[in-house]
Design a protein around this ligand. Sequence first.
Ligand code: PLP
Length: 334
Amino acid sequence: MTPLSSKNDREVTLQQTKAATGASAVTVQAQLGQNTMERIGNTPLLRLESIARNLPGIRIFGKAEWFNPGGSVKDRAAANIVAEGRRSGRFMPSKILLDSTSGNTGIAYAMLGAAHKFKVTLCMPTNVSLERKRILNAYGANVVYTDPGEGSDGAIRKARELHAANPERYFYADQYSNDANWRAHYQDTAEEIWRQTSGRITHFVAMLGTSGTFVGTTRRLKELNPEVQCVSLQPDSPFHGIEGAKHMVTAIVPKIYDATLADEDLGISTEAAHAMVKTLARDEGLLVGISAGAAVAGCLQIAQRLVEQKKSALIVTVLPDSGDKYLSERFWDE
Ligand SMILES: Cc1ncc(COP(=O)(O)O)c(C=O)c1O
């Protein structure tokens, strides 16, 4: 893997983040350190050389989102949701931030809550990994556990119930319906990809969870170049092991999701995602999470088809988090 970056990325993203959070406009010099908000975004774009080794004319890149301070892509959405909540006055200092999450958004809220002194209550299925529970505990978040059989939908229903019972107490962030979620990717993720590839991206591929990453990045990339092909990915069955991802046909469909944006939508099996996580670790030296494995498996399907059609391509995907939260999963030993 090789980083592909533009020299002005850091400066531009810092300015944008500060604008979004209302922080000082003074340029922060790296040697003086950065606060949590300023460290969100501007992640490296890694070239996946081994994966594309036998694919003539194809280059595949992954945005290494574990470089965000909370360790995942969800820092972007969470920070923008908090900033927008404050700006609009809906998230008053007296309120507790409430949301449902399968883990990473919760970690992002909990980290921001600790850094910016607000309380956080999260609804989450009990079967999320032990590592995630420990991280949330470390940041001091309050967690309401829900039935694992009901998946992320059970957590959504619980959050709605808590908010309905006590609307004055909570700022219900509602990442599934909050436009600040996809806008974080419209404003930053897409612009970073555009700069980092010098506008040469031909395909954008991303896994759907709340759909914020896909919707926001696609909307902006299509404005920059309508020819960019945007492919959404989702688990190929309702019962899957791709944490953070949603099987849209059977789940509560997020309000922010717009299926018409995708040029194509592909289903990825949990087995293919697991296999790709191992391949990325052992052939590429990259320890990524399961949805990142699924994303690269999707890129490979698209790449193989393009090779058959004798087309060249620069494919970019998002690697939502690293593998260290999934090390206790059984597939490593299979
Ligand atoms: C590990 C992981 N991958 C992918 C996603 C999907 O991202 P989005 O919610 O922007 O669709 C999430 C969302 O929580 C996630 O935690």
